[in-house]
Design a protein around this ligand. Structure first.
Ligand SMILES: [Zn+2]
Length: 396
């Protein structure tokens, strides 16, 4: 016994928080390298799988490096050490350090990347800015002779019905009386053609994922003892999802845009470029939308959610310029790395807690201290002067 979990156990804990199926179709998440049976005593969390972070993983004796951004987003046909990515992954493999990626699945998780960003900015009552469509559910109801109810219930569960969170074979049952009059050509399991029959029956209700509907109904028809089983399938209305892209929440009190930007600059880890903002400096800010990483597709969602300001990263000239013309929504553009970094602490804490809750073994966790924002120089342009029209015209 090593006293620490295996990589397989750690990956299972991470997958439960950041399910791979939540990732965008173009994304590449999950385990990149590592032996699932290897023990994991120390885990390093970082935004970017870059050389400085790999060196840190080596230096602190990490067995697993968890990064937000994928090392390999597109398929590769080799990992020769003639390129940065090949050197990085080869070095990790040689040192026995596993690499795991939680990217867009961590973006939409609850709690996820934007929850952590909202938390450091002091937002409360947060909801997803673009909620993930909840998984569609049906409910199946059938009426079974009491003695056969458990058998039919088991068959429905085996076909995929009755799963609610970590619970299996969930059902609700009640007893009542069924009645029917078999026709002349019927071959009833109970009773005779031409005679009204009454049977003590159990009503069985179970939920099921909509994509399992055909399989569950087929299982019902096979398991049910009646020639013509009675059953209903209902499509369920679902509560709003807590998962989704971005978050919108409230500040405890309104503040001016300039004050909000100043506060955000101290709440986020420092980068050379700092923050820049669009909107009147004295615009009141109370309802705040955030999105860790690139969020310039979320202007309409932020407006629809009633946000006064959207804080995100990678804002481009044209969408920002158009937003400024439209007015009403202030924008704050931060460093991509800085908006995602707060999640590392949450993910590290959560992993340690999840592992200790599920078993006696847990891991040491560390958050990378490397600033991997790629921009390293900044010169404020405020000392420059835009030439007047005549001067500009005179430029040869
Ligand atoms: Zn990102």
């Amino acid at each position: 016994m090593t006293g620490v979990p295996s990589l397989r156990q750690v990956v299972a804990a991470l997958d439960a928080r950041y399910q791979p199926s939540w990732a965008e179709p173009w994304d590449a998440v999950g385990l990149v390298c590592g032996d699932p049976d290897a023990p994991v005593g120390r885990v390093l969390f970082a935004v970017d799988p870059v050389a400085a972070v790999a060196a840190e993983a080596h230096a602190i004796g990490a067995d697993l490096l968890v990064t937000h951004h994928p090392l390999f987003l597109r398929p590769v046909h080799g990992i020769a050490e003639t390129g940065a990515k090949g050197r990085l992954v080869s070095g990790l493999v040689r040192a026995g350090i596993a690499l795991f990626v939680a990217h867009t699945n961590a973006d939409v998780a609850s709690p996820g990347v934007s929850d952590a960003l909202a938390e450091v900015l002091g937002l409360t009552d947060c909801q997803p800015l673009v909620p993930t469509a909840p998984d569609s559910l049906d409910k199946v109801v059938t009426f079974v002779p009491v003695a056969d109810a458990d058998r039919v219930l088991d068959a429905l569960a085996a076909a995929g019905a009755g799963e609610i969170g970590d619970y299996r074979r969930c059902a609700w049952t009640a007893q009542g009386t069924g009645t029917f009059l078999p026709g002349a050509g019927a071959r009833p399991a109970i009773g005779q053609p031409g005679q009204v029959e009454t049977v003590a029956e159990t009503r069985v209700e179970m939920v099921l994922p909509r994509q399992r509907r055909a399989a569950v109904v087929a299982a019902l028809l096979v398991a049910h003892p009646y020639e013509e089983p009675a059953y209903d399938v209902f499509e369920l209305a679902l509560p709003p999802s807590q998962r989704g892209l971005g978050r919108v929440g409230e500040l405890p009190a309104a503040e001016l845009l300039q004050a909000f930007v100043n506060r955000a600059a101290t709440a986020l880890p420092a980068t050379v470029g700092g923050l820049r903002a669009l909107g009147p400096a004295d615009a009141p800010v109370r309802r705040v939308a955030v999105c860790g990483g690139s969020g310039d597709s979320l202007f309409a969602a932020a407006r629809a959610a009633g946000a006064n300001v959207l804080l995100t990263a990678d804002l481009r000239h044209h969408p920002a310029s158009e937003a400024a013309e439209d007015g009403g929504l202030c924008l704050v553009d931060a460093a991509h790395w800085a908006t995602e970094w707060p999640w590392l602490r949450v993910a590290a804490r959560t992993l340690r807690a999840d592992l200790s809750a599920g078993a006696t073994d847990t891991v040491e966790v560390a958050v990378s201290s490397q600033v991997t924002d790629p921009w390293r120089l900044h010169a404020p342009a405020s000392t420059g002067r835009v030439p007047t029209g005549q001067e500009a015209a005179d430029i040869p």
